[in-house]
Each structure stands twice: as structure tokens, then as C-alpha cells.
Ligand binder design. Sequence first.
Ligand SMILES: Cc1cc2nc3c(=O)[nH]c(=O)nc-3n(C[C@H](O)[C@H](O)[C@H](O)COP(=O)(O)OP(=O)(O)OC[C@H]3O[C@@H](n4cnc5c(N)ncnc54)[C@H](O)[C@@H]3O)c2cc1C
Length: 409
Amino acid sequence: MTDLIIIGAGPGGYKAALHAARQGLKVTVFEEEHVGGTCLNAGCIPTKTYVHSATFEEATERQQQVVEALRGGIETLLAHPNITLIREKGVFSDTHTVSGVTAKNIIVATGSSAKRMGQGLSSTELLQLRTLPKRLCIIGAGVIGMEFASVFRKFGSEVTVIEYLKECLPMMDSDIAKRLRKLMEKRGIDFHMGASVKSIDGQQVVFEQKGKELTAEADAILVATGRKPNVAADYAKAGFEYDERKGITVDEHFETTVKGIYAIGDVNGRQMLAHAAEMQALHVVNRIVGIEDSIRFDVMPAAIFTEPEAALVGPSEDRLKEQGVPFECHKSFYRANGKALAMNEAEGMVKLCCEPGEGKLLSAHIFGAHAADLVQEVTAYITLGATLQQLRETVHIHPTLSEVLIGVN
Ligand SMILES: Cc1cc2nc3c(=O)[nH]c(=O)nc-3n(C[C@H](O)[C@H](O)[C@H](O)COP(=O)(O)OP(=O)(O)OC[C@H]3O[C@@H](n4cnc5c(N)ncnc54)[C@H](O)[C@@H]3O)c2cc1C
């Protein structure tokens, strides 16, 4: 007997399976490729292995070792007596049946795929290259585009980035995004902002910028213009609503329009992040077994693993202005922080927004060394409803980068 069917064993699916199994549910998981999903096999982990390798050759060699070690770990965890892992595609035949298995509750965690453009490579295909491209052209200056630009420049490629918008990283504070882009320009990355790609023809990208037609020649072309949820034709048999572009429709508890069927992670198109998928997994299983939780899905930190890093939690200053929210903005710079100078990491900036009078913290947007760790600290404060004053009154170890938070003006 199966209590819960899970389709997909990425971070959403395998976290849901483990949590449910530990709560005593009998779980059947369908996975048509490798356990770990995009995150482990072609996303977070391989790209961060690149960031932490000195050369392209080292990166490609280490990538496989790191991925295989982690995959083995997940397979061991999924060998839990309450979990049956079926290594095939899960296909709905009716509301409660997937590939011959029936259960009251079903979680769809099928992830997302890269949007394609002409003959350009997806990030997964770029990670499979075994020769460093001399010239790399990247279409899109979002998170994936910026991370690949940063790391391939470090390896020695000549990198050109073509972006339709005026600035990179649209969810990031525009001042911080601009500073990060300028820093990457200084390192030799050629950015074409406000430019639209007309065609990809062999090794040539034709694009238009300020009314002029231009071309970029490249040995590899990465298309990083976003990802689309993996929705499948058999969902019609399950009967829930979905949209090819936006993914599966879910409510605030990630339940679809059919009771007992949930959709978590990239496939619901909400927040395409591994940790978002994992937290949604915990919440859904908690709902199924009747555990109350207080996970704050409105407080979702995110990081961009360029060199240096950038990270954020909460709305940018620009967004707060647009929303008409009363707030004040406080800044500080890495160059005034002893540890940053000692680390030779003087480039960086922190922007904290809070309610007026050093009140409740609303957001943190940071670029500089270890920005993700600093944002993680502010995430805890925001989750607990703390104020900037409380952050300032918290003792911070000296000398650490975290002192840059209490040093805001
Ligand atoms: C290059 C890159 C870098 C990234 N870096 C980061 C990062 O640093 N931090 C971060 O938080 N996020 C990052 N992400 C995003 C992150 O990888 C995704 O948000 C996360 O993997 C989503 O998890 P998921 O469980 O929803 O789906 P996935 O990880 O995509 O897993 C879905 C799984 O379902 C399986 N599947 C699909 N359909 C079926 C079916 N019918 N039957 C059986 N199995 C099926 C697939 O094979 C896959 O294994 C990155 C993504 C990319 C592409």
C-alpha cells in the first residue's frame, strides 16, 4: 500500500520523500533520470564546483566526483524502508493513479527545463563541454548568465553578455546590480545591455542595440533566458489546472485544483530555487500528516555566485518605492570593514531597508565576499520580525565580515 506518490526526485521530491517516510508514510517515488534532479546533476552543485575550482580542467574533473558522491548519499537516504524508488517516468492515468500505483496523496515535483533559442547551448550542455571555449557568448544577464560569465572569465574565456534589459539581475537592487556589472566589466567581460538578439547562426549571434545591428562571434553560445516548468500532457488525466508557461496552478499550501494533489518546486513556477523546493516539500508533507508549521514563504533569500557574490532577501529599495511602503535605507561598504581588507576583498556594499526609525527589517541586498552568508543572517532577523535596532544590538564577532551589517549608516 502507498500513502503518497511523488513524481520527481530533485530537491523538492527527495526531501518530501524523506520527511514523509520519517513521519511513517509509505512512499513511492518515480524518477526517470538521476536522483538529485537539476540542482545536483546540472545546477547548483556542478556550477558551484566550477566557482571553487582554479582551472577549467580541474572543474570538469571535480564536477563528476562531487556530483557522484552526493548522488550516492541521496540514494542511501532513499533506501529508507518506507520508500520505494521506481526508476521510470511517472505518468498519470487518473486523479489518484500514476503508472499503475494508486495513493490518496500525490506530489508533482517534476522541475523545469531551459528555454531554447536557435542552436544555442543550455546551461546543462555548457557544463558538458570538455574544452574551454576561447570565446563564450551568453544571452541573458540573469542569475545563470552572470554566474557562467564570472566563472568562464576566470578560466580565461573571452566573455560577451547580451541582455535585453538595461541592467543585469532584475530582482536585485539596481545600484548593487550596476556596481557588480561594472566590476565584472573591469575583469574583462563585455556587456551589451538593452540589446535584443535577432538570430543565432552557427557561431554568430546577431543582435540589435540602439538601432544598430551588431554581431558577436563565439566558440560557444549559452542561452540563459530563463527556465520553463516541466508540465506534461498526462496532467489532463489528473484533472488539475496548469499552464505551459506558468506551470501548475497551486494555492498557498501548494495544493493543485484537485484535492490531494500537490505541486512543489520549479514546476509550480513560484520561486525557482532549490531551497524553495525543499521548504515547500516540508510544508506539503506537514499538511498531509497534520503538523502545523510557520515557514515564511514570503521571506525567500537568494544568491548569485559570481565573484564576488551577490545575495538578497526581501524587496529592493526600488520595489519598496514602487509599492509605496514607508521605509528607510541604510548602507555600508566592505572597504570600511577590517576583515574584508585583511581578506583583500574590499569591493562590496550592503543595503538594508527597514521600517522608519530603525524599525522592522524589510530587506537586505548585498554584493561582496560571502554575501550569501550575510544575507542568511538578515533572513533570520526578518523571519523573526526583528528590527534594525535589534540587529545593531546583537554582538558580532570581531573581526568578521558580518560587522559590515552593524556598520550601516
Ligand atoms: C545552472 C543552474 C544553476 C542553479 N543554481 C542554483 C543555486 O545556486 N541555488 C538554488 O537555490 N537554485 C539553483 N538552481 C535552481 C535549482 O536547480 C532548481 O530550483 C531546483 O533543482 C528545483 O528543484 P525541483 O525538485 O523542483 O526540480 P528538479 O531539480 O528539476 O528535479 C525534477 C526531477 O523530476 C524528474 N522528472 C521529471 N518528470 C518526471 C516524470 N514524469 N517521472 C519521473 N521523474 C520525472 C527529473 O528527472 C528531475 O530529476 C540552478 C539551476 C540551474 C539550471
